[in-house]
Design a protein around this ligand. Sequence first.
Ligand SMILES: CC(=O)N[C@H]1[C@@H](OP(=O)(O)OP(=O)(O)OC[C@H]2O[C@@H](n3ccc(=O)[nH]c3=O)[C@H](O)[C@@H]2O)O[C@H](CO)[C@@H](O)[C@@H]1O
Length: 370
Amino acid sequence: MPKKVIIAGGGTGGHVYPAIAIATGLKAKFAEVDVLFVGTEKGLENDLVPKAGFELKKIRVRGFKRKLSLENISTLKEVALGGLQSLALLKKEKPDLVVGTGGYVAGPVVFFASMLKIPTLIHEQNVKPGITNRILSRFVDKVAVSFPDSVKYFPKDKVVVTGNPIRPEIVLTEKSRALKELGVDKEKPLVLSFGGSQGALKLNEAALELIDLIKEDSTFQLLHITGKKNYDDFISKLEYKGINPSGLGHIKVRPYVYEMHYAIAAADLVVSRAGAITIAELTAAGKPAILIPLPTAAGQHQDYNAGFMRKNGAAVIIKDRELSGKKLYDTIRNLLSDRNTLVEMSKASKKLGRPDALERILKEIISLID
Ligand SMILES: CC(=O)N[C@H]1[C@@H](OP(=O)(O)OP(=O)(O)OC[C@H]2O[C@@H](n3ccc(=O)[nH]c3=O)[C@H](O)[C@@H]2O)O[C@H](CO)[C@@H](O)[C@@H]1O
């Protein structure tokens, strides 16, 4: 009998990309396995899941505000509704396994699956786990974590260190091919900058200043990703500064890059937020980084992710409040002009990579289905 796996994960790329990596890995190994995604109406899953060739069912879930607020009363209604929808979906689909990769949607789907005695696995991407996964860990069968430092947060008998599953192309793409695909000059180093899957306004502000500093001439090239919703505003601000973005050969600005494996493979240095999947991709590809952890991330979890990279010599950190175009420019110039440090950082980064993470998670999944 063919098996059915439900993967619940959504909201941002950090939850959706690992879910897609798991689904694609499962299908590659067992073509007969049926994989169904559960997400919400608004998240990035609506764009990425159908593109990856999977079916997406949607339920209505919202997160609670961390502070006491009236809005939480209406959220409570949504949560109850989301619970009922999850239950109905699980009863209808009768999956053999439910995997949760985070985001609000994973909460009710994984919780009710465990109540229905369906085998469950959750995956935690960050060094410091979120509250939902900590609560869910009491009910699920397996907890896959991405860093040894996360083990202490979960029940000992359930937790296993697998790493963050990433798209295989991230490791498989040759730099020379990537440079060609992106149309960048192979003689000058390329700096890739982006603020996770949504883009980051603060990083965009710094990038605007940085572009102003390097527009005439530069020792490096820049590929800056603004995030889809910030792109038009970014371009208007560039034009206001008298800069025509399409007229700059050594600077490229994009709203979003679907083929991120080319951007990462081509880069000599990466500037980014400290999202867990970004870090997993950079380390798998052995890229040195300048990280600007998002200060408002729940429980400061990006500080922990970035701290892990710095502790191991793979990244330098700029604090969000200290970020400016000039600071970014100086930090980039210093690193690019110090070849030895850059090589050491690349090696350190590569050492932290876990290219076998997907295989490890698949092994856990298979043992739960069997
Ligand atoms: C604001 C917030 O709470 N962010 C969280 C979210 O981050 P976010 O969704 O930003 O996730 P990550 O930084 O972990 O991953 C971003 C993903 O988007 C991809 N990408 C990005 C830009 C682009 O143009 N194309 C593209 O494909 C990257 O290659 C990567 O695969 O989930 C992560 C994993 O739980 C957390 O660590 C982050 O703290």
